[in-house]
Write a protein that binds this ligand. Structure first.
Ligand SMILES: Nc1ncnc2c1ncn2[C@@H]1O[C@H](COP(=O)(O)OP(=O)(O)OP(=O)(O)O)[C@@H](O)[C@H]1O
Length: 340
């Protein structure tokens, strides 16, 4: 993060802007079972199952075309898989009007969103993106999707307003409560910009920010929706070495706030720095699950990245698989070739 540092420890005010359940990795936040997604004759996801423990980072890696983004799209309502379920156990969202007091399921906002969510959680499959966001899942995109003409703080406001009570009535009925809510949305947006190290860019048009800054702005906007689960799709793409280090600190800080993270990332070193557990996809199937150490030495993973497990099994193939995973120029790792 050039010119800015992720605050450590976080300002107390920020820690009040993100819901803080008492996370335990033993509690699932997400349980994906047997998800299959087809596009005509192409099977993009083939019986994918994974379990994500609350309050931790689970990384999803795999060669290009393995199905990682398709999985995110199934979880966030962009795609509807033909088969399978994705159970999610949300926590009550923080209210933008009173960020110091997280809403409980008993509050009006919490009750409407969490109605019907019991011990079995809620199945995300078939829900609209809007409904998924209201349940407490936010995402960033592989290709940055900001509003380039709007300022950094306005972009974050868009996220925070997802939870706002006044909604479309805000412009029509400027009551005292509405004005107070607007002030609080703005304050929270500033705090989130501070959190991701963009305090000095508040008024800058999003499109004028450096690439790494835009990625952090996307994260701030996603956090604005008060998610309990944050999906990051290749957040380090195009980042410099120092931006990658800052990203590690930022992801750790997000998890410290009680937000669970599902991370797609090609940079295996970054993944190993933040994730306790990794799921590896190849051709739409889960080929391995385990700790970073287990994954780095897994023959199926090495084969997926190198195309031949015999190729240097004892001469550092796992390191080269890591380099492939890092998406280094000229690596030629393109899983789209030879796809069904
Ligand atoms: N809307 C779509 N229509 C047709 N095919 C699709 C669609 N979305 C994804 N696919 C196909 O599904 C497969 C998995 O793609 P996906 O983007 O999920 O892979 P990925 O692991 O995220 O790849 P990358 O690392 O390159 O982003 C690919 O073969 C892709 O072409």
């Amino acid at each position: 993060m050039s010119g800015a540092t992720v605050p450590r420890p976080l300002p107390a005010a920020i820690s009040r802007t993100i819901p803080q359940p008492r996370p335990s990795a033993a509690d699932p936040i997400l349980d994906v079972r047997d998800v299959t997604l087809r596009f005509g004759g192409l099977t993009s996801l083939d019986g994918v199952s994974l379990r994500h423990g609350r309050g931790s980072v689970l990384a999803v890696i795999g060669p290009n075309g393995a199905g990682k983004t398709s999985l995110f799209n199934c979880l966030t309502g962009a795609y509807r898989p033909q088969q399978g379920s994705a159970r999610f156990w949300p926590t009550a969202p923080a209210s933008p009007t009173s960020p110091a007091t997280p809403a409980s399921p008993a509050s009006p906002a919490g009750a409407s969103v969490l109605a019907g969510v019991g011990e079995r959680g809620v199945d995300l499959v078939g829900r609209s993106p809007h409904r998924v966001a209201r349940l407490g899942i936010a995402r960033t995109f592989q290709n940055i999707r900001l509003f380039p003409e709007m300022s950094a703080v306005e972009n974050v406001q868009v996220g925070v307003e997802v939870r706002a009570r006044a909604g479309a009535l805000r412009g029509l009925v400027p009551t005292r409560a509405v004005r107070r809510e607007e002030r609080e949305i703005l304050e929270r947006s500033h705090l989130l910009l501070d959190f991701v190290g963009l305090r000095h860019r508040v008024r800058w048009p999003a499109g004028s920010l450096a690439y790494g800054e835009q990625r952090r702005l996307e994260i701030a906007r996603a956090l604005g929706t008060s998610p309990s689960l944050l999906l990051l799709d290749e957040p380090a793409a195009g980042a410099t070495a120092s931006e990658r280090r800052d990203l590690v600190a930022l992801i750790r800080a997000i998890v410290d706030q009680g937000v669970s993270v599902l991370l797609i990332e090609h940079d295996i070193r970054l993944v190993a720095a933040v994730a306790r557990s990794i799921v590896v996809l190849n051709f739409g199937r889960v080929i391995a699950t385990g700790s970073p150490e287990q994954i780095r030495s897994d023959p199926a993973v090495i084969e997926a990245y190198l195309g031949d497990s015999d190729d240097g099994a004892d001469d550092g193939a796992d390191d080269r698989a890591g380099d492939r995973a890092a998406g280094q120029p000229g690596d030629g790792a393109d899983g789209r070739e030879g796809r069904r």
